[in-house]
Ligand binder design. Sequence first.
Ligand SMILES: Nc1ncnc2c1ncn2[C@@H]1O[C@H](COP(=O)(O)OP(=O)(O)O)[C@@H](O)[C@H]1O
Ligand SMILES: [Mg+2]
Length: 383
Amino acid sequence: MSSSTSAGGSSARFSPYENLKYPYCDEDSKYEKLAKIGQGTFGEVFKARCKKTKTVVAMKKVLMDNEKEGFPITALREIKILQLLDHVNVVSLKEICSSRSSNYNRYKSTFYLVFEFCEHDLAGLLSNISVTFTLAEIKQVMKQLMNGLFYIHSNKILHRDMKAANILITKQGVLKLADFGLARAYSVTSRQPNRYTNRVVTLWYRPPELLLGERNYSTPIDQWGAGCIMAEMWTRSPIMQGTTEQNQLTLIAQLCGSITPEVWPGVEKLELYNKIELPKGLKRKVKERLRFYIKDAYALDLLDRLLALDPSRRVNSDEALNHDFFWMDPEPAPLTPMLSRHTTSMFEYLAPPRRQAHPPVRNVPHPAPTKAPNPDQHFERTY
Ligand SMILES: Nc1ncnc2c1ncn2[C@@H]1O[C@H](COP(=O)(O)OP(=O)(O)O)[C@@H](O)[C@H]1O
Ligand SMILES: [Mg+2]
């Protein structure tokens, strides 16, 4: 449309969505909302039911922050990636639906991503003390997590927001990686180093290379997050709850040892290495400090390898799946018996506030992080 048409028309308002019909997009009225189950940085998530088939789904509202720019590019990216992925350990996107635009919504449709419904997220499960995981069940969770990561990484997708709230678990005990709102495709062989944004990943799960300004990062960033989640399966609370990027690096050094070119050749070339005060002379204490919680030697060993400071030495998902942790007794065991004892859904949003980690920057405004009291200070107290 030429600018003269839109500026000179008698209609006072021009909306790109006005009177638009979306032929491949069903109306949201085919679903009835049952409950709000999530309020992330991106908008609300509802449990809903299809009026016709009675199938229960999760509907994630697309936040239209800037209507002038049309459908948000970040949501388009998320949809494109979700449409590419098809694996039992990745959440499945069923369809996109929208509200009918009318006078009532000022001719602005609301769009929803409609997902298969999962009864729990891992943050919700971990914050409920009556939910306990045996070693065999933790192996089952971690095995599925690594399978999901192996699949997305093989498809050249980085998740970039690994954390317990983004890991869903169905009542049948099937784990699904979710929230591809920050995900992106990555390239492996390029003559030019990549220049991705490093303002990704929730602070508490952010790996040292991102904190030091690396822009040519890859799959090890998700492996670090998987390591943090693995530890949390025992500690029940995020292991490094930094308050600032500087503080996060300090917590990492206190657990993983000082960040030096000896343990991480090339780290000195990272943009922030000489600009940030890094604690010196600290010994690596991953096994020593987590031994209190984790009695299994294989688990400690795998965790130590996932939390390697040098991303090139961090285990990838394939190596992790071959680790003795998954192959020694007890074998991974189904979660169904344990989950069948818990019939109400557990989501981070519905749990008492405790783990409001600084969210990564998305290009939508988000509420200031709440300083939530942490009722489950077990890890910090005894750690
Ligand atoms: N398919 C789903 N089934 C059940 N709950 C879900 C589903 N997708 C998301 N949720 C819940 O909603 C929360 C927010 O969704 P998410 O995709 O992570 O969006 P955000 O970008 O807002 O964090 C999740 O942490 C989870 O608790
Ligand atoms: Mg999320």
